[in-house]
Design a binder for this molecule. Structure first.
Ligand code: P6P
Length: 333
């Protein structure tokens, strides 16, 4: 007997019912994000077929060439969320500043969304997995007026929900609330995300370490000592670990969530804060991994405790199986 099909809509509505005072706005917002990502998915799946690959020519605040799909994904999310009436504004990797939705409906919404519309986009033309990462906060300014920067510069510990969609061999949405982490696989024949990975948990120990080992020449001593530990021939302790690195944070962390392990993008001698952005990459991923029983640290503090000072700030990150993260940061402290 096949298990009952539970769509993302069914699931979010069931979760809402557990909170009598819930207005259903958060559930509706998650469904809106799911719709936007289904639209993005269609273009990602045919990227090799239409003239949508290649340098768009513009560059984003990171100084990175914007692949056309980046821009398309960004615009799709903005358009869907602006029409949704559940979102008062957005901040995105592809936009220098936040975007306030100041129409009469959106100003009365209580949520803001931050996202990396297409993370890992340099992998598009080699057909490696890429993803959309999103973070949902309750606004701190009163409803009825346009959102301001402080609605976006909130600690990750204040997140209401966070998730990602991975465009890989299958398209999956994984999202976390305080109730836990659940995975939904897109069933193309009905165009619905269906519950496929209920109550996801990350193992306390893993056997995979994931980082760009090409940066070793720039690493601080603490990082190279941890790498030596991972590569040490110690059968009793199950080492050497395997090294896996896709170069797409969503794909590397999706594997970490399912198989266990540690992903790290540490600070190095040239980049005191590493590469990955706090608000729309590290915080949402840290929220998901912690909700699944794992750990996420900057090496100095819990990622979710970092007080943001600007939209595109970067932080070092050590994230994944709790015992592996603790081992890695023990070399720093
Ligand atoms: P590097 C992709 O550009 C990204 O932002 C993350 O998805 C990924 O984890 C990281 O950068 C890869 O960076 O320096 O190893 O290419």
């Amino acid at each position: 007997m096949s298990r009952k099909l539970v769509t993302l809509d069914d699931f979010t509505i069931d979760q809402t019912r557990q909170f009598p005072k819930a207005t259903g706005q958060l559930s509706s917002l998650l469904r809106d994000i799911g719709l936007a990502c289904k639209i993005i998915n269609k273009q990602v799946n045919k990227a090799g077929l239409v003239d949508i690959i290649g340098q768009f020519g513009a560059t984003n605040i990171q100084g990175e060439e914007q692949m056309k799909l980046d821009v398309y994904a960004d615009e799709t999310l903005i358009n869907v969320l602006k029409r949704s009436e559940d979102c008062a504004g957005i901040a995105s990797e592809e936009n220098d500043d936040f975007v306030a939705f100041d129409d009469e409906y959106s100003v009365n919404s209580k949520y803001v969304v931050l996202f990396d519309p297409l993370d890992g986009s340099s992998n598009i033309d080699v057909n490696a997995p890429i993803g959309t990462i999103f973070a949902i906060y309750k606004r701190v300014t009163p409803v009825g007026q346009a959102v301001t920067a402080e609605d976006f510069l909130q600690e990750g510990s204040r997140l209401m929900a966070a998730g990602y969609v991975i465009y890989g061999s299958s398209t999956m949405m994984v999202y976390a609330t305080r109730l836990g982490v659940n995975g939904f696989t897109l069933e193309p024949s009905i165009g619905e995300f269906c519950l496929s990975h209920p109550n996801m948990q990350v193992k306390e120990n893993g056997k995979i370490y994931s980082l760009n080992q090409g940066n070793t020449c720039k690493f601080e001593a603490a990082t190279t000592q941890f790498l030596d530990y991972c590569m040490e021939d110690n059968k009793d302790e199950g080492r050497p670990y395997s090294h896996r690195y896709i170069g797409s944070m969503v794909a590397d962390l999706h594997r970490t969530l399912i198989k266990g392990g540690i992903f790290l993008y540490p600070a190095d001698k040239k980049n005191a804060n590493g590469k990955l952005r706090l608000l729309y990459e590290c915080n949402p991923m840290a929220f998901i991994i912690e909700a699944a029983g794992g750990m996420a640290s900057t090496g100095k503090e819990r990622v979710l405790d970092v007080t943001p000072t600007e939209l595109h700030q970067r932080v070092p990150i050590y994230i994944g199986s709790k015992n592996m993260v603790q081992k890695a940061i023990s070399y720093i402290s």
